[in-house]
Design a protein around this ligand. Structure first.
Ligand code: GDP
Length: 204
């Protein structure tokens, strides 16, 4: 069953001018290439192939916007972090995500991290960036079916300092449905939260 029955792909965009209107609420989902981001999207949204769009050749270097419900969007970012990747690639990735910073509707980021690897320097940079723009991050330690329960608990403990004051973390497995409800609850909470107050606006 789909949790967001009207979920649909909106647009692939490289530049802010093409982004949907900055209204309502949105959550960006990020992570290293192969971390399990597409699998996480499909599992959380409850649609087997929604994220396939983001893997369509030509769209893998773009921001892919999905509408989950009216005025509620998920933004799928390209995977980052092939360590050997050219510097320009890193810079163009940074340039892409930087364009999200001014968006009032960006309420939080889901960061997908392979539980077997833990938080790596690229993830740390993302955490720093999110903190610098004042947005919370929720880490999904993906593929948790590949580690033991004790390793999972150790991972959560070990990552606590890196997340201090920046966000939260949980274990997640798209394949086995671990942590689905928790991940959806975080996504829904951000999507339901009020738009950040802008100068001149009044709070309802
Ligand atoms: P992306 O590149 O971050 O979008 O990652 P994908 O979702 O395409 O997944 C990358 C690889 O990890 C694929 O081989 C998936 O089958 C595998 N994978 C994704 N989620 C899980 C999971 O929950 N458990 C396991 N064991 N493998 C997973």
């Amino acid at each position: 069953m789909s949790i967001y029955p009207h979920a649909r792909f909106l647009i692939s965009a490289a530049a802010a001018a093409q982004f949907p209107n900055d209204a309502g609420a949105e959550v960006a989902i990020v992570g290293r290439s192969n971390a399990g981001k597409s699998s996480a999207i499909n599992a959380i949204v409850g649609r087997r192939n929604l994220a396939r769009t983001s893997k369509t050749p030509g769209r893998t270097r773009l921001l892919n916007f999905f509408e989950l419900a009216p005025q509620a969007r998920l933004i799928d970012l390209p995977g980052y972090g092939y360590a050997a990747g050219p510097r320009e690639e890193l810079q163009s990735w940074a340039g892409l995500i930087e364009q999200l910073a001014p968006r009032q509707s960006l309420h939080g980021l889901l960061l997908v991290v392979d539980a077997r690897r833990g938080i790596l320097p690229g993830d740390q940079q993302l955490l720093d960036w999110a903190q610098s723009i004042g947005r919370p991050v929720h880490v999904l330690f993906s593929k948790s079916d590949q580690i033991t329960r004790a390793q999972g608990q150790q991972l959560l403990r070990a990552s606590a300092p890196a997340l201090q004051g920046r966000g939260s973390a949980q274990l997640f497995s798209a394949h086995e449905g671990v942590g689905l409800l928790e991940a959806r609850a975080q996504l829904d909470a951000w999507l339901a939260s009020q738009q950040k107050e802008s100068p001149g606006s009044t709070r309802e």
